[in-house]
Design a protein around this ligand. Structure first.
Ligand SMILES: C[S@@+](CC[C@H](N)C(=O)[O-])C[C@H]1O[C@@H](n2cnc3c(N)ncnc32)[C@H](O)[C@@H]1O
Length: 285
């Protein structure tokens, strides 16, 4: 019988080529997760043998990946802003492009000193990735993350506890509905559902395993963005900022929505693929 070594596991990557754009990386992630070691370890100790239990787990992960199941769902985790974020199939797996929203938010307050307190709201927090990344960077900020789905709220709260962030409150809310007494935020961020139900990408890759409640919005994917951009001024302090993630082809529509709702200093940032991805605007006094 062939030994299950790290090298033998890595060699199996070609079998995943049909279901994954990153088959070798997928296997590396499985192995680092199972062995609790970093990637350098895999290349330094290729002849290390997996225990029987580790080998069994690897085979289970491998078979699940062959069905197309996302790597993040299989290991129950995804790294976001260098933080380990637990994931499940009740909400979106955080995407690398969403780090742009975090970066753009931090850029607006780059002149603040470390003790400056700001109030931040994250709408549709999902795993909590965005609000937790920002709360991690800005310990003096008071942050709120809301989601309509109870299962997402529970997951975000678990992530908050795991990351030991005391400056974040996670709560259930249908957008602003539960926030009537919480106005005057300095900044509101959101990565809402923005995909059209007929978009062909919904039948490809990881999104097949994610809930439509996290992905799809009416009116060509713009309905939730329209609602958030129209309502945000009521919850922002004067000169407060709104930042939203949107689809690669929604930049112009979103900028028009900001302009129609009395925002100024409107600007769109491009993601790693050079697509328009995050639009920001400042509430006109
Ligand atoms: C695209 S996901 C973003 C999740 C997370 N913020 C991220 O960037 O990874 C959108 C999230 O919005 C939530 N959502 C959808 N409709 C909502 C509503 N009416 N009120 C609050 N949250 C909502 C979904 O449950 C989902 O978690």
């Amino acid at each position: 019988m062939q030994l299950t070594t790290i090298a033998n596991c890595l060699k199996q990557f070609s079998q995943l080529a049909g279901v994954s754009d990153s088959p070798r990386l997928d296997i590396e992630i499985f192995l680092t997760h199972i062995l609790q070691k970093n990637r350098t370890y895999l290349f330094t100790w290729p002849d290390q043998e997996l225990s029987a239990k580790q080998a069994q787990t690897f085979n289970e992960f491998f078979v699940r990946r062959l069905t197309g199941e996302p790597v993040a769902h299989i290991i129950g985790q995804r790294e976001f802003w260098s933080l380990p974020i637990m994931v499940n199939n009740f909400t979106l797996i955080p995407r690398p492009d969403t780090e742009l929203l975090v970066e753009a938010t931090l850029g607006l307050f780059a002149e603040d000193d470390a003790s400056q307190s700001r109030r931040l709201l994250d709408l549709g927090t999902g795993t909590g990735a965005i609000v937790l990344a920002l709360a991690h960077e800005k310990k003096s900020w008071r942050c709120v993350g809301v989601d309509k789905e109870l299962a997402a709220v529970e997951l975000a709260e678990k992530n908050r506890v795991q990351l030991n962030l005391q400056n974040v409150k996670i709560q259930q809310s249908d957008w602003f509905a539960a926030l009537a007494n919480e106005t005057a935020f300095d900044v509101i961020v959101s990565n809402p559902p923005y995909i059209d139900l007929n978009d062909e990408h919904l039948s490809e890759g990881d999104v097949r395993f994610e809930p439509l409640s996290a992905l799809v919005a009416d009116n060509k994917g713009l309905a939730d963005l329209e609602f958030i951009i129209a309502q945000a001024p009521h919850y922002l302090m004067s000169s407060g900022w709104l930042l939203v993630e949107h689809g690669y082809d929604q930049g112009e529509a979103v900028r028009n929505l900001f302009a129609a709702n009395h925002f100024d200093n409107i600007n769109t940032f491009r993601d790693f693929g050079r697509n328009e991805r995050v639009t920001i605007g400042q509430k006109v006094n």
